[in-house]
Design a protein around this ligand. Sequence first.
Ligand code: TMP
Length: 692
Amino acid sequence: MLSIRPFRALWIALSLSSLGDWLSILALAVLAPGLTNGGGVAKSSAVGGVFVVTLLPALLLGPIAGALADRLDRRKTMIVGDVIRGLLFVSIPLFPNLTWIYVAKFAAGIASQFWNPAAAATMPNLVPREKLERANQLSLVTTYGTAPLAAGLFSILALVGSGLSMVLPVFRHTSNVNLALYFNAASYFVSALTVYFLRQISTRRERGEISVPSTAKAIWEGWRFIRRTPAISGLVVGMLGAFSAAGVVIGLGYSYVSQTLHGGSAGWGLIFAAIFVGMALGMAFGTRLFGGLSRRRLFGVTLTAAAIPLALIGLVPNLIMVTVFVVFLGVMSGIAYPLGFTIVGLEVDDDTRGRVFAFFQSTIQVILLAVIAAVPFLSAGFTKAIASTTGSGDVKIGNIVYASAGQNVVILLAALVVAFVGISSYRRMDDREGVPLAEDLLAALRGEEPPPVPDEDDAQVAAKSHGLFIAFEGGEGTGKTTQARLVSIWLREQGYDVVATHEPGATKIGMRLRALLLDTAHAGMSPRAEVLMYAADRAEHVASVIEPALNRGAVVITDRYIDSSLAYQGEGRGLRADGIARLNRWAANGRVPDLTVLLDMPPEEGLGRRARSGDRLESEPAEFHRRVRAGFLALAKAEPSRYLVIDATRSVEEITEEIKDRVRDILPDPIPSTAEAATGAFPAITDPPLPR
Ligand code: TMP
């Protein structure tokens, strides 16, 4: 990518200005608390303030700055933005007071809000279309990848600054972060120069209405959609929980490093670098290592696991140990963060995805801001409470001293929140219920296929409803349609809620599938396609007709069901029956009839009864239909208790009587007790007892 010269120039500008952005956050987080005269709370709030003014411009301007930037000359926007930011950062060491830091940082943030979209919009002018995605990835990597670099640089500059102030009298009264601020300003100026020489950036202005929803509207619209989708709501709970924890880490970071860990500015840079190193490791290796694990599970697991290093950070106040824990924390977020976005990308429709992303971005910013601003007060409150009971805000356990222990309390609380949302989002999103997590993890680590999800237990499904499910099966012209109708009428006369239905084609979708399946024009259709279409029809049928009816306690009588697929496609077409059975168990959500009435007769006789010309399956040769018959009989033989096999050559009345006899034995109480309880009314059934 970098061999494209104009892109390389833009990329350099982007790297420099991202480096400057990160460096400024680090430097100001150190400078700000030094400028207050207050105690611990004032100092932590001063740091919090830096983050608030960093995030605020995005929140206030984010939605419209992009649209506004589209109307301006991009090259000028970028140059002016860089120069303004450079000047602002030079001014900070010259006027070192807290208010000016906030004003300058805020103003620089506003400039960034214009700079960033201008740079992003420039990309398509500099690289060929097919490389655009790579280019965007690369600039994303640069935006975040410069953070650890900035952290390392900051630590070095801070040490050099301290050294200089000791050696040279000129630097005696300057803060050791000034050097970082000057460097930061310089990076913006160089970036401005780079853009100045980048002639390819279009100066074309795009006209058009600016209409961008406000942050509040983005949140509301996204939320309305998300609430309806359990998996996505699980994801949201997780992401927001994770970001509140991130807010705690950012908001407390500096004061924890300086007060409890005695790390100073260099230590702060170290911790900052550690989190990004961890994130990079997580992004690079996490999904590779656990590639076989379900994405949704991995998200919940990493989130929950992140609670462990977070809790340890609060429990072990030692700079080296904390750095290690922070790397682990970074690894977890490095896995979970892109996973979350991938899940939204893959599982949310095109037309709602924008809204969901907007929701994420807006809420994440609001949460980060709120938590960062609140956390110093929260931890100070806890420290005070501890001081009022024990006499000192510091807690000593054994050899370990927890200075201003309120901070540790807040970190532990954050760990608790992360564990809680991690588990809750795992539960909501789990797409492999029934497979123990340990098995999945082991398989993923060994690089094996994940173990299959067991089918829902048939007994479990049946227990869920109290209706009665009867299927009529048989070859062509066996009279099953007539019998199914007669039995339905009889049951209705007894006061039963009866749903008479059939396959294929009992639903809207089913009707279209039926037309496809039975059209003689489709002779020679691939047998597997045929199986899948019948199964699709069945899935729709079960979900929209059969299950709702059974759940309300109705008697469902279907003309054909899974056995038809096993007999026609299995025996008839010669496909393996176990595959068809498995597929159909899944399609039908494990629904098995309580009784299957099989009307059996030699196929020649049945086909002879048909007056009209045959459909695609009826037109199969006699040998096909003989195999189908054998298939049905074999199924009945394998499970005699669930089948009633009837000699269909007899008279219609005789057959109906035989079926009634068998159905009577399994009929439920005509009015299920739950229905009575639900309505509180007596059933309006006055019919005499069932005739024998
Ligand atoms: P019908 O004549 O009972 O309406 O049935 C339509 C045709 O579909 C019939 O020839 C049997 C066939 N069929 C299968 O091959 N597999 C199936 O799963 C089902 C339900 C029907």
